[in-house]
Design a protein around this ligand. Structure first.
Ligand SMILES: [Fe+2]
Ligand SMILES: [Fe+2]
Length: 184
């Protein structure tokens, strides 16, 4: 996609992280019907860290600079983040993976590009962009928990998806966990 603009520092860094996470997810499902759990765990840890960078560092800083006014779309982005974090909890199934991809495609489109949330952040950050970028880079790694397929997790998953305006793809009850290609 050609644009007549150069993305700012924050957008360049965070959009690049989106690309990296997309590639990790692709490599986790490179073999049809199977999930590479090593790559999937890297994707989970990376996505949780990315969400943490936005929610704990980027959004609060920009809200402060806006005199306490939240970014437009902040509430929607938070609902998406909650749904994504919950989607990472159960053992991945084709439906869960398809829903993650669909949600990320929609979500990243709200954050990237002209007039996207990152663009607003870059504009608002001005000369502070560099120090904010350093704070994002210094965000600590996130450890992932073992998968949980409990009834409580699945109920929370359906509820957080619904709040964000989504439902599990092919939510037919016939969805089965995918074969791991390798055990850790
Ligand atoms: Fe986000
Ligand atoms: Fe993002």
């Amino acid at each position: 996609m050609k644009e007549d603009r150069e993305a700012g520092l924050l957008e360049q860094f965070l959009a690049e992280d989106h690309r990296r996470l997309d590639l990790l997810l692709l490599s986790a499902v490179a073999e049809a019907g199977q999930v590479n759990h090593q790559a999937y765990d890297q994707f989970r840890a990376g996505l949780l860290r990315h969400i943490g960078m936005e929610e704990k560092i980027l959004f609060p800083a920009v809200q402060r600079w806006r005199g306490g006014e939240p970014l437009p779309m902040a509430a929607k982005l938070r609902l998406d983040h909650g749904a994504l974090a919950t989607l990472l909890m159960p053992t991945p199934t084709p439906a869960i993976l398809a829903t993650i991809r669909r949600l990320l495609t929609d979500h990243n489109a709200l954050e990237e590009g002209p007039a996207g949330v990152y663009d607003l952040c870059d504009q608002r950050a001005g000369s502070e962009a560099e120090s904010l970028l350093n704070a994002l880079r210094a965000a600590p790694p996130v450890a992932v928990l073992p998968h949980s397929d409990s009834a409580a997790v699945m109920t929370t998953l359906r509820r957080t998806l619904e709040r964000a305006g989504y439902r599990l793809d092919a939510d037919s009850g016939r969805d089965v966990p995918m074969t791991p290609t390798r055990e850790p």
